[in-house]
Design a protein around this ligand. Structure first.
Ligand code: NAP
Length: 239
């Protein structure tokens, strides 16, 4: 297996995982296992970046046989399975489904996702997701996701940039592009930040889940292809 993650970074992620995750994760050293729920454009793109960085990635689909091409392109660290298998496999789990599917994912996978670091990249779009988009508008997206993914160590991440931008700009020359994050669990935010770096970006922790609205679709932090200092300035965060 070719590991492209710098050693110090791998060590940091392993240390972050060691202190905070389920017993199986504590025994691990080196790359962490990542489950991907929703291996479409966004989940496929981000999961591929992690697989290429050396993390074992289980992409999932309700029809896993349809993921053959994605798994082949992502390389030897990638495999395919069902959403339940991805939830069980991951030390960390990326959820990238249409927002309207989030309540069902949360219900179906509640047991497997309990206590896990879950990176939620889902955006709520009324035309696609229906009434839940109104709930998101009223409660805020971080609080709504936490409601539908109870018991997880939730971090909002990877929701602001298109999948093509992520693929093209990962590990770019010069200052990396920023990815905003929000979460209520400090250790989970550290793990998610390490995973953002491994994907080739610069994490910017905006604050608790209640502040995820600041980079939700349509908000000032959304869709900004900028560096971390620039994003901090846009969001009024200390530099
Ligand atoms: N595309 C982007 O550039 C982008 C950027 C930022 C954020 N996002 C957000 O990321 C999420 C995914 O977007 P996408 O563009 O990647 O969508 P997509 O290409 O349509 O992929 C979504 C995947 O979700 C899975 N899915 C749908 N319903 C499900 C359910 N009930 N249970 C389990 N899996 C389910 C589908 O997998 P199977 O049918 O194979 O099971 C599908 O492959 C959305 O919330 C979107 O707003 C997307």
């Amino acid at each position: 297996m070719t590991l492209m993650i710098p050693f110090a970074r791998r060590t940091a992620l392993a240390a972050a995982l060691a202190g905070t995750l389920a017993p199986r994760a504590r025994a691990q050293s080196g790359p962490s296992r990542i489950g991907v729920i929703g291996s479409g454009r966004l989940g496929g793109a981000v999961g591929t970046l992690w697989a290429k960085a050396g993390h074992p990635v289980l992409f999932s689909s309700r029809n896993p046989e349809r993921l053959r091409e994605l798994v082949e392109a992502a390389g030897p660290n990638a495999r395919a399975g069902t959403p339940a298998e991805a939830a069980a496999f991951g030390d960390a789990v990326l959820v990238a489904v249409p927002y309207g599917a989030l309540p069902q994912v949360g219900r179906d996978l509640a047991g497997a996702l309990r206590g896990k670091v879950v990176l939620d990249a889902c955006n709520a779009v009324a035309a696609r997701d229906g009434a839940i988009a109104q709930e998101v508008a009223e409660r805020g997206i971080g609080i709504t996701s936490a409601h539908y993914l109870p018991g997880t160590r939730l971090v909002r991440a990877f929701n602001t940039l298109g999948s093509r931008v992520l693929t093209e700009q990962a590990h770019r020359q010069g200052a990396p592009m920023a990815i905003p994050l929000a979460g209520d669990d400090a250790a989970a935010l550290e793990i998610a930040s390490a995973l953002v770096r491994d994907a080739g970006f610069d994490p910017v922790v905006v604050g608790p889940l209640a502040r995820a609205s600041e980079f939700a679709m349509g908000a000032r932090g959304y869709g900004k292809q900028v560096t971390a200092p620039e994003l901090r300035q846009i969001l009024g965060l200390p530099s």
